[in-house]
Design a binder for this molecule. Sequence first.
Ligand code: ZN
Length: 320
Amino acid sequence: MLTQTLLGHEPIQQRFTERLQQQKLPHAWMFYGMKGIGKAMLAKQLSQTYLCESLTQSGLPCQQCHACQMVKAGTHPDLEQVGLTWNEKKKQYRRDIRVEQIRQALDFLGLTGMQSERRVLILDDANHMNLAAANAVLKGLEEPSSDTLLLMVCHDISGLPETIRSRCLLEHCSPLEKDDVHQVLQSMALPEQALTLAETLAKGCPGRVQALHDETIVAACLQWQALTQSIQHADLGDIEAWLQKYVKTVPSELIVSILVEPLQQAMQKWSGDYVMIEKIYHAVQTLLTWEHDVRSHALRPVPSLLARILQVRKAWKQAS
Ligand SMILES: [Zn+2]
């Protein structure tokens, strides 16, 4: 959880409350949009809205009642959350949401609420459901129990079967406005030396820079930023050494964002040949897909990133 205050998704909260008060709440909602914009927090706030015993006049959870207290403490017996689970052995999240997780969660939805009549299931990382899990969800969507709510969260809706999408109310969540990002970053209490970097990299998605809480990661990121500021002149030996040391501890998303930021800036200011900029653009795209490619093709992270950096350098040198 980034912060106690949810910023930037007020219209969705408003629509949700209106439908709740008109007793026209759809059984299943799907919140989708970029990573790090607070979609899971939104789902949690809406589940609190659904379970709260006395909403405020503006239709927000009161934060005071027993139900609100329990939702905030993560102990409400009628709220369940499912998502990718942590693999302690491999020190990483598992790749898939498994069918057993979904079946258990749907069984939970089928029971009568303990604290109230209502039950809520938040299904995070919905695009990581394997086929069997997605089919189980579909079955749950076809036979919804009354007084239950399924709130699904995902960043890439295109990976979900159309049969699931068509049975949900789809809500697109937008990146945050600059002022909201600033406020969220302030509330994250990041180390002083991380603030400028965080502001640069967040780009509407403050969750992307959450790892900058850790001072070791901040120091590594600042070093990476200095190394890669000018990719044409960067020392590849230093880059490789840095990657060998930090590729497992610094989140890949930060490694790539720091690398790509000055390139994107330079491309925006580009006044040269159109064909050349297209070459650079394609090379930069390969940096953006690095993490995905490493995971899906089991590539070795350091050599594959180095090769892509070389490609960018080559394109850049040809252009200038
Ligand atoms: Zn309440």
